[in-house]
Ligand binder design. Structure first.
Ligand code: MLT
Length: 207
C-alpha cells in the first residue's frame, strides 16, 4: 500500500518562515478537524492533515486500543511507522520542508505524534501535544536533542491520568528534547487557553 493512500488534506504554505504542520485529530475526528486550528496557530504554514485509518466502532483514530488507556503496542508500532511513511512520501510529493515539520495533535493524535518522536524521531522537528498520555516509555530512548515539545494538559481531565503529562515531559527531557508543560483547570476538551499558550509557544520557538 502506498503511504499516500492515507486519506489526507494538504494545503500549501504561503509564508516560508512558518514551519509545515502535521495535523493529527482525536478519536472520532477526521482530516478536517484541525485545519482551522492549524491556520490560526501558525498562519501561512503548509498543512498536512491525514485521516486516522483505524476504525473503532465507526470512530477513526491512529492506532488500535484494547480499552480506554490500554494500548495494542504492536499496532502502535506499525501505525506509527506507517504515518512516518506518509510524512516522508508527502514531503516529496508536495515539496514541504520535512526537517521543520511540527505536529499539532489532539488526544489520540497527540499520542501518535509522541510515538513518532520516540520511534521515528527523524519525522518531526517539534510537536504541540494537546491532552496526550503516556503510551510508550521505551527503556532505550532516542536522542531528541534539538526537538521542541509543548504539552497542554487539563488538571481535571477524566481520561488522562494526572501523572501522565509530567511523566511524558520527563521521558522527553531525558531524551534531550526541550519541553514546555502547560497545565490549567480544564477537562479533556480544548479551550481558548490551550490555543493561546500553543500560539505563544509556536511564535517564541520561531523567533
Ligand atoms: C482517546 O480517547 O483517543 C484517548 O484519550 C487517547 C488514545 O486512546 O490514544
Amino acid at each position: 500500500m502506498s503511504p499516500l493512500s492515507y486519506q489526507h488534506v494538504f494545503e500549501p504554505g504561503t509564508n516560508s518562515a512558518a514551519p509545515p504542520l502535521l495535523l493529527l485529530h482525536g478519536t472520532g475526528g477526521d482530516e478536517h478537524d484541525l485545519l482551522t486550528t492549524g491556520r490560526s496557530l501558525s498562519p501561512g504554514s503548509a498543512l498536512l492533515s491525514p485521516r486516522g485509518d483505524v476504525n473503532e466502532h465507526g470512530q477513526l483514530r491512529f492506532f488500535r486500543r484494547l480499552a480506554e488507556g490500554v494500548f495494542d503496542f504492536a499496532d502502535v508500532d506499525k501505525c506509527t511507522r506507517a504515518l512516518a511513511g506518509l510524512v516522508a512520501a508527502a514531503a516529496v510529493r508536495y515539496g514541504f520542508d520535512a526537517a521543520r515539520l511540527t505536529a499539532i495533535g489532539f488526544s489520540n493524535g497527540a499520542n501518535i505524534a509522541a510515538s513518532m518522536l520516540l520511534l521515528r524521531p527523524e519525522s518531526l522537528a517539534a510537536a504541540v501535544l494537546l491532552r496526550p498520555m503516556v503510551v510508550l516509555d521505551p527503556p532505550q530512548l532516542p536522542d531528541l536533542t534539538g526537538k521542541h515539545l509543548f504539552i497542554s494538559s487539563g488538571a481535571q481531565d477524566p481520561i488522562v491520568p494526572p501523572d501522565h503529562p509530567p511523566r511524558l515531559a520527563e521521558i522527553f527531557r531525558r531524551a534531550g528534547a526541550s519541553v514546555t508543560l502547560h497545565t490549567y483547570a480544564a477537562g479533556h476538551g480544548l479551550g481558548p487557553p490551550d490555543f493561546a499558550a500553543a500560539r505563544r509557544w509556536l511564535d517564541e520557538s520561531r523567533s
